[in-house]
Design a protein around this ligand. Structure first.
Ligand code: PDD
Length: 276
């Protein structure tokens, strides 16, 4: 594993940030998580474009360009020699005394590159139980912001109650998990909530919609409520780290046959084929 801060490669556990850092003080920044398969970052450009969009949305000017970040990720990967890795990239409004108004300092970019931790095979084979919770987040969830308080609290509460993930519902509409997107399959049609401001526009989500098109699975981006999700034939979560993770139970109610569905498995197989 290796760390990076504003031009310097360092051990991941080295203390480097001063107390006054906008990321710490305000959660004033944005981030990305990129998976590296067999030495190649998957959909790196898409992730970096999203990072820049998130930064723009919070009026933050990044201190590295997308091209520079690509080169840095490649450099870091070469240094670690890791083939299967996870890149965490964070850009904050910089290092300055704690005052709400934006400081006149450059943004601060940090990164870690660590060995990827895959889900245990049994979790993927069995599928997971999730719980539906009220979405208490703000209305700009398309921004990959460092402010993850509602997400981490929802995830912890769900885990404490024996669930794998919490799925947010706002005004009767199912949106996404605390760190993933959500899909259902009904009568052979793949359905996922539209990419509006209430969800993160997942790179995995977009990739799966692409795959659905390629392999001829009809798909639709449309809103659905808890009832429609519960009545699905199959359902799954998607993210950079989960890839495609079947949901077999929601708040104790079985989905489909209570085992990972065939279309979900097929989508996952094709997802893996994209990088192998
Ligand atoms: N989470 N929705 C939310 C709220 C997320 O935090 C994530 C990603 C996703 C899926 O996005 P993608 O397919 O681009 O990874 C959806 C990352 C992995 C994380 O916070 O660790």
């Amino acid at each position: 594993a290796i760390g990076f801060i504003n031009g310097e490669w360092i051990p991941v556990d080295q203390a480097v940030l001063p107390i006054d850092e906008r990321g710490h003080n305000f959660g004033d920044g944005v981030y990305e998580v990129i998976r590296v398969y067999q030495g190649t970052p998957f959909k790196m450009r898409e992730h970096l474009v999203r990072l820049e969009k998130s930064a723009e949305a919070i009026l933050l000017t990044m201190n590295y360009s997308i091209d520079e970040l690509e080169a840095l990720i490649a450099e870091g990967l070469a240094k670690t020699g890791l083939q299967e890795a996870s890149v965490y990239l964070q850009v904050t409004r910089g290092i300055a005394k704690r005052v709400h108004l934006f400081p006149d300092v450059p943004a601060s970019t940090t990164m870690t590159i660590r060995p990827a931790t895959d889900l245990p095979a049994t979790v993927r084979e069995k599928g997971v139980q999730v719980t539906l919770v009220e979405d208490e987040r703000w209305k700009n969830c398309y921004i990959k912001s460092l402010n993850l308080l509602p997400n981490v609290v929802a995830k912890q509460k769900a885990t404490d109650a024996g669930f794998y993930e919490a799925v947010f519902v706002r005004d009767g509409i199912v949106l996404e998990g605390s760190s993933c997107n959500v899909f259902l399959i009904k009568d052979g049609v793949l359905i996922t909530p539209p990419a509006n401001r209430f969800i993160l526009h997942g790179i995995t989500r977009a990739t799966l919609l692409e795959i659905a098109k390629e392999i001829g699975v009809p798909m639709e981006e449309k809103e659905f409520g808890p009832d429609e999700l519960l009545a699905a034939d199959e359902a799954f979560l998607s993210s950079t780290s989960m890839e495609v993770l079947p949901i077999v139970e929601i708040d104790g109610k079985q989905i489909g046959a209570g085992i990972p569905g065939t279309i979900s498995r097929d989508l996952h197989k094709n997802y893996r084929a994209k990088y192998q």
